[in-house]
Design a protein around this ligand. Sequence first.
Ligand code: T3D
Length: 268
Amino acid sequence: MQTEPTILAHQDGAVRTLTLNRPGALNAFTAEMLVQLRAALNAAAEDAEVRCVLITGSGRGFCAGQDLSDPLVNPQLQPGEAPKDIAHLLDGYYIPLALRLRSMPVPVVAAVNGVAAGAGANFALGCDLVLAGQSASFIQAFSKIGLIPDCGGTWLLPRLVGRARALQLALLGDKLSATEAQAMGLIYRCVPDEELAASAQALAQRLSTLPVKAMAETRRAFDQAGLMEFEQALKMEAVMQSRLGFAHDYQEGAAAFLQKRAPQFTDR
Ligand code: T3D
C-alpha cells in the first residue's frame, strides 16, 4: 500500500488545490483513493475559507480511471472464484464521489495535466470548468474493456457534445487530444502545458472572488433545467432567483455597482 497520501491538499488564499497522487499508475483510482478524494471534497465543502476547489494530477497523468489491479475489481479470478459485482464499486465509491463533486457549494476547476481515461475522464468532465494542457488527452476507455461510461459519463457526454459525438467517444474509445476536446466543446480551454498550472490557479483565484453561492446554484439550475420543459425552467429560475435576491451577495453586488466600487462577496 502507498504510504504517501493518495490525495494532496494545499490552500492558497481561498483556493483549495487537491492533487491526485499515484503518479506511478497515472493516478488510477484505488478504493482507498476514492475514499480520500471524497473526504477531501467534504472537507473543502465544509471549510468556510474555501471559495474554489482546483483538482489536478501529479506526474504525467491526470487520472487513468479505475485501477484495474485493485483487489476491489481485479477480474483475474482464481479457479472457482466468483466474479466481483461492479455495482458494489459504483454504489459504494463512484456514485457518492460524483454526487459530492456535483453538489459542491463552490466552483470546481479541473486542471487536466495529462491523460484522463475512463472514470478519470468523467470525473474531470464533472467539474465546472475544465482546463487542459496541450499534451493532455481524454479517453472513454470503458468500451475497450467491455463496460459502459460510468462516473456520470452517460449523462455528461451527450449533454456536453451531443449524442453523435458522445457515441463516437464512447463506442470507439479513441484518444481525444485536448485541442480536439476544446474544439468539440467537451472542455472549456486548452492551454500550453507550461501555462496550465498558472492559468488554472489564476482562474480559480478569480472565481473565488466572485459570488460563489450563485455559481453553485447556476450549476444546479443547469443540471435541473436539462430535464424540464421551458416553462418549468422559468419557474425554477424564479424560485432560485428569489432566494438569491435575499442573500448578501446580491445586495452587495447591486450596491457596489451603484456606488461605483468593487464588491466584496462573502456568501457561500
Ligand atoms: O471493474 C471496473 O473496472 C469498473 C470500473 C470502471 C471505471 C473505469 O475507469 S474503467 C476504465 C479503466 N481505465 C482504463 O481502462 C485505462 C487503462 N490505461 C490505459 O489504457 C493506459 O495506461 C493509458 C492510455 C491511460 C496511458 O497509456 P500510457 O502508454 O501513457 O501509459 P502506460 O504505460 O499504459 O501506464 C503507465 C503505468 O500506469 C503502467 O504501470 P507500469 O507498467 O509502469 O508499472 C500501467 O500499468 C499503469 N496504469 C495505467 N492505467 C492503469 C494502470 N494501472 C492500473 N489501472 C489502470 N487503469
